[in-house]
Design a protein around this ligand. Sequence first.
Ligand SMILES: Cc1cc2nc3c(=O)[nH]c(=O)nc-3n(C[C@H](O)[C@H](O)[C@H](O)COP(=O)(O)O)c2cc1C
Length: 345
Amino acid sequence: MAPMTRGKSPQNIPTPEIAQYYRRRVDGGVGLIITECTFIKHPVANGISNAPAFHGEQALLGWLHVVEEVHDAGGKIIPQIWHSGSSRSIGIKPNETMLSIGPTDKFKNGRQVVKGMNETDIFEVIHAFTQAAVEAQLLGFDGVEIHGAHSYLIDQFLWSESNSRTDEYGGSISNRVKLASKIVESIRSAVGKDFPIFFRFSQWKLTNYNAKIVRNPVELEQMLLPLVKAGVDVFHVSTRRFWLPAFEGSELSLAAWTKTITGKPVIAVGSVGIDKEFSLDMFTGNIQSQPKAIDLVEDKLKTGDFDLIAVGRAILADANWPNKIKLNQLDEILNFSSKSLASLD
Ligand SMILES: Cc1cc2nc3c(=O)[nH]c(=O)nc-3n(C[C@H](O)[C@H](O)[C@H](O)COP(=O)(O)O)c2cc1C
């Protein structure tokens, strides 16, 4: 199950209903759940109302309950740990009035809204990510995923359009990946060698579907190899359509390139079992989707383009989607629509 924010954790505490929501997916055939993004212990990490925290006694107890339910049903689960960086709007709880942080200062209507990170801020963020991974291990999660995608803090460093720093964290892709690799390195040394670290990244941004952090396989390699060296076990390659070629001149998808370059296990994602790609319109509009067969996933698994496939909206809409696919009950699949987002069924 792909990570999907639900915004249904009041006071940023995951509720028993959230635990049941994840448990139902395991009962429905999901093998591994990657949770919705959950924010680390940094004052301005959260960027979404009612997103779950990954610190504080109450929130961690909530997560413990989630882990217990998922394990009891026979599934595996890892949290997606997250800092929203400059995409946070001032006013989001907690610490509503504090400035957001990001690679560089940002002003809106003459007022500062984002503070460019200094060495101390960088140290604090690395520390908070590390603390979250350690908590994940203590709570019994099966690994941890670092959210390095979709224009949040780590990705803001990766993408040249959002990173105009002139120090060692800006400029070339080798510099822009430094924050990410330092986070991975620090987590690895804290959790030991056997606790799986997943790293999710994307070319596309929530604000720009055509964005590119890397323009060719050479730049991709310059980004990925430092992350491998730092200790990533699994790459989660976020695309909106998993089969599309990543770069001109080759049919290989971004997941396939990632596997070729790193030799690590790779998760692909994007429009599996559903006829429309991810778009933000589904949150405000009235998007109706239809189920789709998954033959292409099977083909690409066979050719070794990737090792695992993550499924988002199809599983959000229908907890039993994996079992229905397994039993070929395609007619019984519940469609995803914008309305699916309202409930935790
Ligand atoms: C409601 C919703 C919330 C999402 N929240 C997150 C998130 O918290 N973290 C993340 O990395 N991706 C998030 N995504 C993206 C999904 O993980 C996935 O990559 C995307 O939906 C494409 O997969 P799909 O076509 O199977 O839905 C979200 C998607 C949806 C639909």
